[in-house]
Design a protein around this ligand. Sequence first.
Ligand SMILES: Nc1ncnc2c1ncn2[C@@H]1O[C@H](COP(=O)(O)OP(=O)(O)O)[C@@H](O)[C@H]1O
Ligand SMILES: Cc1ncc(COP(=O)(O)O)c(N)n1
Length: 640
Amino acid sequence: MLWLVTSGIAMLANICSKIEFQCVAFTFSQLPVGRGRILFCHCFEDFYDSVFVFLAFVPGVGLACVFRFVQLSTTHDKPLAKSACTVCGLGSRNLYGITPTRLRNFPSLTVSTSEYLPTRKCLPRDVIRADMGTEESRRIPRVLTVAGSDSGAGAGIQADMKACGALGVYCTTAITAVTAQNTVGVQGIHEVPADFVASQVKSVLLDIGADVVKTGMLPSVEIIRSLCDILRTYPVKGLVVDPVLISTSGDELAGPAILDALRDDLFPLADLVTPNLPEASAIIGGDPVTTVAEMREAAEAIHQLGPRYVLVKGGHLPGTNTLIDVLYDGVEWHELPGSRIETRNTHGTGCTLASSIAAELAKGQSMLPAVLASKRYLKDVLEENATLKIGEGKQGPVNHLFKLSDWEKSSTQSKFRPESLLLYAVTDSSMNKTWGRSTSEAVRAAIEGGATIVQIREKEADTGEFLQEAETSLKVARDYGIPLLINDRIDIAIACDADGVHLGQSDLPVARARAILGPGKIIGVSCKTPEQAEKAWKDGADYVGSGGVYPTNTKKDNKTIGIEGLREVCYGSPIPVVAIGGISGANAAEVMAYPRPENLKGVAVVSAFFNQPDVKKATAAVKSVVEECLKDVSVPNTSS
Ligand SMILES: Nc1ncnc2c1ncn2[C@@H]1O[C@H](COP(=O)(O)OP(=O)(O)O)[C@@H](O)[C@H]1O
Ligand SMILES: Cc1ncc(COP(=O)(O)O)c(N)n1
């Protein structure tokens, strides 16, 4: 039920004659209000079941009326309404004087000027609608999309929701048709009855509200007409009309029968109409639109039909790599150029552009900046996803949420492959300096010699130098497809986007590191005991580095655990283990010899690679020893 509280009787009568909801009027002066569907109520309890309260009043008188209303609602021992209801105020700007605190029973207050009357003509383009949240609530720009569902999710409702979401705008929906659609084409269309489309639109507008309405596929004249009726009754700040007729695949989504309804009913209400070239041609009666000059003529002709702006989109311009969209407001022309991006993933570009413009308008942008911002967003989407493969057909969908969809970061699967531990190179900058080479040169040589994973270990350099070393080494490792980890310093790993970190027992706890790095990065942990290995696994590590297997000078005060200690760790470790500490070509066979624990995957080497004149040769030498051990296919020993 919609409640009207008013002292402006004439306005109330006018509004009630236009809306379909049952209205109950409560006038503070108890004046008789006797028209249409208006009923009376005489006590405050009667408001209790309302879902929407509309405060209508004449300027001047209105403010006193609202204060009285607020006072009543706050002194009353019940809340104003059972559930949070929207309060819409209509009248003078004086409403701005009401503070959110005074209106704490109202989740939102919408104010429009008294020029708001249920005839579209007198609705100012910039009708003032200030939604005042309560002190605790935040407001988010809202777009309502009235469009078809695309099961392939590149276009239609799905595109609109994702584009608005990506741009920080809350998108509600009224579905006009459900299509069975994929990258090959449209296999079926199931139209939603016009009255149910209208119900969806009203449900949204009467509760959540919308700053801007965007339309896409409107498959019938009835749907267009009922939408126009609603928009005349409940005007919104902006209306963006994408006159969808045919899909990129060439399938008809709305027949020529709707053209008259678009031209006569919807376009005059629109702030922006966004036809592509075939749509522009159909709207103006079939004349070809294939050049920028013809786009201008079409924009002019469409503008005559009543919208404030026309954007004729040039995605279908033949034989050019510069795509021009033409924007026209009846006076000024803007030719907005963009380069054609080579990609099959263009299904949904039109819907995406229109809904992005709607989103930008909802944020309060004016038209030209909104169009430019949307073109930039679309360009980023097309560029980022140019080579993406979704579906087998010719028209790949636009992937709007590319910023969220770095699967390596969002995946629940680590990139870690246990086999990569086979020949693990751990750098030492002082050794490399002694031999006159940079860390990245040493990394390249180790990889060329057969290293299967690299860890940058830096104990001397300051943070800036370390980062630079890591970045240049990472470039080398990426060229060869070899994972590169950073020793100890999770900040450096994040800064250069390395593949992961290797942590000691006294470094950042593994669980914290995992929480920071996410599931896609590799984490290794140094462990000397099976208990440490078990904990590392529980905390989210991918592998264990266990040693020192042999005495070594690389790490001071490092206890040697020997082959026996290594094996104990392996048997207690639920995750793969790499042996470390004093390993060289001379002893690697002993470490890796069969029978060995199944999860002992390789050897990590420092001096035997980097304290050598020829890193590549030294690495290759250890590699051949380890590979020799792998040739032994005897059943691995898994018991202690
Ligand atoms: N391959 C592309 N590279 C860059 N921009 C494109 C490409 N294809 C379309 N666009 C842009 O996408 C928007 C939608 O264009 P268009 O393809 O004409 O619409 P529709 O998807 O409605 O057919 C326009 O701004 C157009 O310039
Ligand atoms: C439900 C729906 N709405 C709109 C389009 C147009 O998008 P495109 O022109 O990219 O095929 C579509 N294919 N499906």
